[in-house]
Design a protein around this ligand. Structure first.
Ligand code: ATP
Ligand code: MG
Length: 208
């Protein structure tokens, strides 16, 4: 007979939160790598509403970030996109994202995927203890961000090295503003969407 471990058969749901302004291949590789490594059934990308960490900066409209995320993930049957954060009024806090996902998927085991930079801030999040009770946290290493001892609860966090991709949304926005290409840093459909909607064209930046 087969030995079934307790909890086996539970749906394993990855959660990739982000501003996705724009979504890029770093996000996609990280999600793909974690899905394979942790045997996830699905990864749901959750674009933030107004991210509280970025309240000082201008973020593109939620609908544009949502649509770019849909375009980037549409061809992968394991990837989906959730509107829960952009449809919730006010700023986005990870605790609300995980509470809502837990309510909607009560039988799923949640794996929150986050970059090493964000993981380093994890204890500054509100309700850190409840966060760890709602999900496993998977920190993906990212070039240029080294993990200091974060002092995290044992068993609550796993670290995964993903193929080094020195891509950031900040750099993609700066490139577009300067008229430099973002082909192959973001999916083709996202390049076209950025051009169609004229995103990231700072005042005085070259057009075209
Ligand atoms: P920005 O430069 O505007 O902060 P970003 O590139 O960090 O954007 P976010 O939307 O802030 O993108 O990131 C969402 C999540 O993806 C975060 O957990 C972040 O750490 C992670 N992430 C971002 N870029 C990479 C990358 N190149 N490799 C792995 N993880 C990444
Ligand atoms: Mg970031």
């Amino acid at each position: 007979g087969e030995h079934i471990e307790p909890g086996a058969g539970k749906r394993r749901l990855g959660v990739m939160g982000g501003t996705f302004d724009p979504i890029h291949h770093g996000h996609l590789v990280a999600a793909s790598e974690v899905a394979a490594r942790f045997d996830l059934d699905e990864v749901v990308f959750v674009p933030t509403g107004q991210p509280w960490q970025k309240s000082h900066q201008v973020v593109s409209p939620a609908e544009d970030r949502y649509l770019m995320t849909v375009i980037a993930t549409a061809s992968n049957p394991q990837f989906s996109v959730s509107r829960i954060d952009i449809d919730r009024p006010g700023r986005t806090y990870t605790i609300d994202t995980l509470r809502d996902l837990h309510t909607r998927h009560p039988d799923a085991e949640l794996f929150f995927i986050t970059g090493a930079d964000a993981l380093a801030q994890i204890l500054t999040w509100r309700d850190a203890e409840e966060l760890f009770s709602l999900a496993h946290f998977i920190g993906v290493t990212r070039p240029g961000h080294h993990l200091a001892d974060p002092g995290l609860p044992a068993g609550g966090v796993s670290l995964v090295e993903v193929p080094a991709l020195a891509i950031s949304s900040t750099d993609c926005r700066a490139r577009v503003a300067h008229g430099d290409p973002v082909w192959y840093l973001v999916p083709d459909g996202v390049v076209r969407y950025i051009n169609k909607r004229q995103l990231y064209r700072g005042a005085g930046a070259p057009r075209g």
